[in-house]
Each structure stands twice: as structure tokens, then as C-alpha cells.
Write a protein that binds this ligand. Structure first.
Ligand code: GUN
Length: 301
């Protein structure tokens, strides 16, 4: 069997199109333009690339977009003051503080200082709690797991996962735990596996839906895949690629794609799978926040 490829790039474009048309709609109906503020502290090159592409996407969607670039030496209080100003700014519906932050700043304190309704990352404990208690309609959902759910619904052609076994490999606050909660809210039977799990392959092989979010290049091999499974690879790992020339690298996921694609029913590639969905869902979250503020029903993604 050769798995069908889940085209995250194309599905992300569909999400962006929906955001664009809904943005035009709320501007016409309520005179509201969604606004997003992205804050970056320091000059980590990878973070700067992400932040630039977020700004570009936001403009493309018709949003107001601000980027705040603060020096590496910024104090926690200075950052909290900026978040306070953005919280109070009615033209800003989404605030994202790019992580990681320099060591003098307590990330939890910053995340908790963002108003939950403007927390488009879905990292605030209020949003984590809403997701955990199944209050999906009032929560802000973290972008990578929410994007992965869009891919799963597309691949399986249904939103109700009753009767299906899902295994999430990885227990991070950003991906593993919220992913498990989203799958549970969709009625899947969910197992979370992690680095201390005994006999991972035998657990992974129970999965009709397997989500890999461990950050270890190609660790999920053929022995982890149930025939016909839907495989979602959240990993983005840069590894040496001497075959491309000295010092060259390539991106691989947490799944050994060549092995898994022989057995799975559907699978996300890396790159071009989950990656493009993350920014698309950030735009979707910002639109949802603007709709809620304006008292309008947000579109479903
Ligand atoms: N750094 C890497 N990924 C993310 C993300 O999704 N949100 C934020 N705020 N920072 C990140």
C-alpha cells in the first residue's frame, strides 16, 4: 500500500482563502479590521524568519499587522509593559510573543499577562483549561495542533473520530498535550506516548491516527505504523545531507517517511505538511478573536 499524501500547503491555502474572505466580510458588516501584533525579543535568525512570514501572511489576509522587535537585553518589566499596551489597544485582536525568550524573562509570566481572548497562540492557562474541559467554542486553540486536526478531518473525510484509536507521541505543552485534548474532544480514544513509554512500537501500532511530535529525526519507523493509519508528522528536524554537498542540510520529520508511506493510508510530508498549517491557523485565530470581539459568529476551520 502507498499512502496518500496530505498536502498541507494546499490545505493551508484553503484556510488562508477562508480567512481573507471572512476578513472582508467583517470589515463590511462591522467595520472591524482584524489586527495582530507579533513581538520578538533578540535576534535569533530562525525566530526572525518565522516572524517575518507571520507579518507577510497577516498583510495578505487584510489584517493590521505590527511587529515589535525588542533588543536581547529587554527586561521582563519592559516586555510586560508592551503586552499591557497591546492588551489595551482595541485595534489589536491577537498578540503573539515569539518563544523562546532570553533567560532574564520568565516565559510563563509573559504568557499569563496576555489577555486570554487575544492569546492567539492558545498558551494562556485559561485557554489550556478551556480546551481541557471541552469548552472549544470559547477557547483559543494552539495553532499547530489545531492545524493538525484540520489535516486529520480532511484526510479521513469526517470530524467525528468515534471508535478510532489515536496515539500522540510527545507530551509537550505546545503540541502533544493540546493535540491529545483536541482528539479526545473529537471522540477519539487517545493514548499519549513519550520518551519513558515502554515498547512504543506496540502502542503506536494500535493507532488509526498517529501524531508524531517528539523532535527526534525519523524515529517513527515501519514497526510503529498500523496498516492504513493516518500519520501526522509534526517534527521539523534539520539533519546533515552530505549527498547534497559538504555542509548541506535537509529537513526531515519525526517519521521515517519512506517506511511509513508504504504502510499508512495517509501521511503528511516534511516539509509541506503540518508546517504551513501553523501560520494559517494563527491567521484563523486572529480572525476568530476579531469576530468574537465584534459579536459576530466566526467561521469554522
Ligand atoms: N516559537 C516556535 N513556535 C512558536 C509558536 O507556535 N508560538 C510562539 N509564540 N513561539 C514559537
Amino acid at each position: 500500500m502507498t499512502a496518500s499524501v496530505i498536502d498541507g500547503k494546499a490545505i493551508a491555502e484553503e484556510v488562508i482563502s477562508k480567512v481573507k474572505s471572512a476578513t472582508a466580510g467583517i470589515q463590511e458588516k462591522a467595520g472591524v479590521q482584524p489586527g495582530i501584533a507579533v513581538v520578538i525579543v533578540g535576534s535569533d535568525p530562525a525566530s526572525q524568519v518565522y516572524v517575518r512570514s507571520k507579518g507577510k501572511r497577516a498583510k495578505e489576509c487584510g489584517f493590521k499587522s505590527e511587529t515589535h522587535e525588542l533588543p536581547e537585553t529587554t527586561s521582563q518589566q519592559e516586555l510586560l509593559d508592551l503586552v499591557g499596551r497591546l492588551n489595551a489597544d482595541p485595534s489589536i485582536h491577537g498578540i503573539l510573543v515569539q518563544l523562546p525568550l532570553p533567560s532574564q524573562i520568565d516565559e510563563d509570566a509573559v504568557i499569563t499577562s496576555i489577555l486570554p481572548e487575544k492569546d492567539v497562540d492558545g498558551f494562556h492557562p485559561i485557554n489550556v483549561g478551556r480546551l481541557g474541559t471541552g469548552q472549544i467554542d470559547s477557547a483559543m486553540l494552539p495553532c499547530t495542533p489545531a492545524g493538525s486536526m484540520v489535516l486529520i478531518r480532511k484526510a479521513l473525510g469526517k470530524a467525528d473520530l468515534s471508535g478510532l484509536n489515536a496515539v500522540v507521541v510527545g507530551r509537550s505543552n505546545i503540541v502533544g498535550k493540546p493535540m491529545a485534548n483536541l482528539l479526545l474532544a473529537a471522540n477519539a480514544t487517545v493514548t499519549i506516548a513519550h520518551s519513558r513509554t515502554a515498547d512504543l512500537p506496540s502502542i503506536a501500532r494500535t493507532a488509526d491516527i498517529l501524531v508524531a511530535a517528539v523532535g527526534r529525526p525519523e524515529m517513527i519507523g515501519a514497526d510503529c505504523i498500523k496498516p492504513g493509519a493516518c500519520v501526522i508528522d509534526v517534527g521539523i528536524n534539520r539533519v546533515p545531507a552530505p549527498e547534497k554537498g559538504e555542509g548541506k542540510t535537509r529537513l526531515v520529520g519525526d517519521v521515517n517517511y519512506a517506511q511509513a508511506a508504504e504502510i499508512a493510508g495517509s501521511i503528511t510530508p516534511v516539509p509541506g505538511g503540518v508546517g504551513p498549517m501553523t501560520i494559517a491557523m494563527l491567521m484563523a485565530n486572529t480572525l476568530v478573536s476579531a469576530c468574537r470581539t465584534a459579536g459576530l459568529e466566526p467561521p469554522q476551520f
